[in-house]
Design a protein around this ligand. Sequence first.
Ligand SMILES: C[S@@+](CC[C@H](N)C(=O)[O-])C[C@H]1O[C@@H](n2cnc3c(N)ncnc32)[C@H](O)[C@@H]1O
Length: 282
Amino acid sequence: MSLRIRRRAAADLLRAAGVGSPEYDADELLGHVLGVDRGRLVWADDLTPGQLQAYDALLTRRAAREPLQHLLGVAWFRHVELAVGPGVFVPRPETELLAGWAIDRASTGSTGDGPVVVDLCTGSGAIAKAVKDEVPEADVHAVELDPSAHAWAERNLAGTGIDLRLGDMADAFDDLAGTVDVVTCNPPYIPLTAWETVAPEARDHDPHLALFSGDDGLDALRVLATRAALLLRPGGWVGAEHADLQGESAPAVFAAAGRWRDVRDREDLSGRARYLTARLAR
Ligand SMILES: C[S@@+](CC[C@H](N)C(=O)[O-])C[C@H]1O[C@@H](n2cnc3c(N)ncnc32)[C@H](O)[C@@H]1O
């Protein structure tokens, strides 16, 4: 069988299993097995029997809705690579928008030597690592509550100079109170009641601590609004991701707190509400 026919059959298998991006995933896994970039598959030779066995095994796992990134062992986030697997939330492309906003703010908004940036709920360390990668002069701090996710972050942030801590964002970084330029957070935000609507890749493989946050999904965001107000310097910025249905309710948490100005919600390229930003009142 030619590689072209194998690719089509693999994509058909994944499509039938309900995978959202069957061609892409089939090719990524094939490239992984062959050790070549997905873009070079057209020039690749057919699989050896051993490679075919490995590819079939990966396709079977993907068809059972194991996340692609778990099978590859890595996720890309902006310009950085992150090791991921069971026990840590797989970073999502949509969060690159929040990270990009934080990078812009950190590049322009510091009052001191280098900007001080805190990433609460860091998971794999994705946002923290991307900020340090693109703003090397930033003094970046990150915290994660789940010991298993923290272990992945430790691996991903080794050698970056980022200050990573294990703990609850509710009382993290007392030592930085009033000094931080930018706080980022991609908190858990799915309402407990929405359990059944979550895709199997997330529901069965992302840690539940990373997904769910009370009846309306906003419990963690309320903690963030309090903690960010303590950490930021006057005029410092907070940015937080939320669900697309929370485009009004999430900013309302900050608007109601009375400590914030310039509270606004931001959309992704397809017009979906994605994250809020706000500035600590002086
Ligand atoms: C949606 S994931 C985001 C991970 C990462 N920031 C990203 O964007 O890929 C939320 C993370 O917050 C962590 N978390 C939940 N509650 C927390 C808390 N109170 N303090 C610190 N981390 C928390 C979870 O364990 C999970 O790793």
